[in-house]
Design a protein around this ligand. Structure first.
Ligand code: ADP
Ligand code: MG
Length: 339
């Protein structure tokens, strides 16, 4: 038998990778927001049309890119964020896989406009289905603007799989809120079809939470703080009497990254032991700072799951910190819920 194995062409490899990184418009928003944050932007604007299905644009005032980097940024496994495998164990940036822009450019029409502080002029690159169609100099401010049009235009099956505008917009808002909550010191705007959905000035954690969830949230928040060798915990839990019937407002951030953790969620619920009505869920906005070497983020392409070296200790510390806060704020005695 003759040899049959071939290396896939880049655009095919990119399209396959895109399947993992980009599920829906919200995934694009998440990746682009994270890039803007890694570029140290202090102001980030998100503009979407038709729930991101026809256009997503993200404008940041971060460090921008040189002409060469602008072109390189669309190559797969091209990243400025890590250099060696060791760096994987001490990540301080959101990105590191060098996959997002290559993936997005494989399945959409992308226009990147960028300028760094050293270049006189900026660069505009148009790329579609992994093919660069034009690259020109342009006049622009320092920072980066990326527009992503017609997501999945060349993968009809994926495009048809997208849900209604209402559902896709909900996903976008969820991602937007997670990133905005993790970075209160950055100003964020979100516009949909010309309407402003959020305008978030730079502020502190507490104010960011109330700017997103409404002024009334403020009085529901009980501060949580704890500092141990393993972890620094800050943030808030909602008073038990405001616990909800659904899991809406539950957020863990580890080193400023939103993560999902059923295990740590259990620790929070355990701390509320006896204070909650049946089938109600406490709100929480908890920020955990740990040594980047003590976690592994590289479990899944979307990076919402983390492996902690010492999960059990973390569980115990979190639970006792929250118990302590609830006690200190005299939450327990005023309650008389039937169990
Ligand atoms: P990663 O974020 O994992 O490095 P990406 O494909 O998302 O991979 O981006 C590739 C590279 O492009 C980044 O490492 C960064 O150098 C550059 N880049 C992407 N977005 C921006 C941005 N908004 N501002 C400045 N540089 C950016
Ligand atoms: Mg990235």
């Amino acid at each position: 038998m003759s040899d049959v194995i071939q290396l896939l062409p880049d655009h095919v490899a990119n399209q396959i990778a895109a399947g993992e990184v980009v599920q829906r418009p919200a995934s694009v928003i998440k990746e682009l927001l994270e890039n803007a944050i890694d570029a140290q932007a202090t102001r980030i604007q998100v503009v979407i049309k038709d729930a991101g299905k026809t256009q997503i644009q993200i404008v940041d005032n971060g460090m921008g890119m040189s002409l060469t980097d602008a072109r390189m940024s669309f190559e797969r496994h091209a990243t400025s964020k890590i250099k060696s495998a060791e760096d994987l164990f001490s990540l301080t940036t959101k990105g590191f896989r060098g996959e997002a822009l290559a993936s997005i450019a494989a399945i959409a029409q992308v226009e990147l406009k960028t300028k760094d502080d050293e270049s006189e002029v900026g660069t505009i690159i148009k790329i579609e289905g992994s093919e660069v169609t034009s690259q020109e100099a342009c006049v622009t401010l320092q920072g980066t603007s990326i527009s992503v049009k017609n997501l999945f235009y060349n993968i009809p099956a994926r495009r048809n799989f997208l849900k209604s505008d209402a559902v896709e917009t909900r996903h976008i808002i969820d991602e937007f809120q997670r990133v905005a909550l993790a970075h209160p010191q950055i100003a964020f705007d979100l516009f949909h079809n010309g309407n402003e959905l959020f305008q978030l000035p730079e502020t502190n954690f507490r104010q960011r939470i109330t700017n997103i969830f409404g002024g009334k949230t403020n009085e529901k928040l009980v501060p949580v703080t704890e500092e141990t060798e393993l972890v620094e915990i800050s943030g808030f839990v909602g008073k038990p009497e405001f616990a909800k019937k659904s899991r809406g407002e539950q957020f863990f951030f580890v080193n400023n990254r939103f993560i999902k953790s059923p295990y740590l969620n259990h620790a929070v619920t355990a701390a509320f032991d006896g204070l909650l009505k049946e089938k109600s869920y406490p709100s929480y906005f908890l920020y955990l700072k740990v040594d980047p070497r003590s976690i592994d983020i590289n479990i899944h392409p979307t990076k919402t799951e983390i492996k902690f070296d010492d999960e059990h200790a973390l569980y115990a510390i979190l639970r006792s910190a929250i118990k302590h806060s609830l006690g200190q704020f005299n939450v327990a005695p005023v309650l008389d819920f039937e169990r």
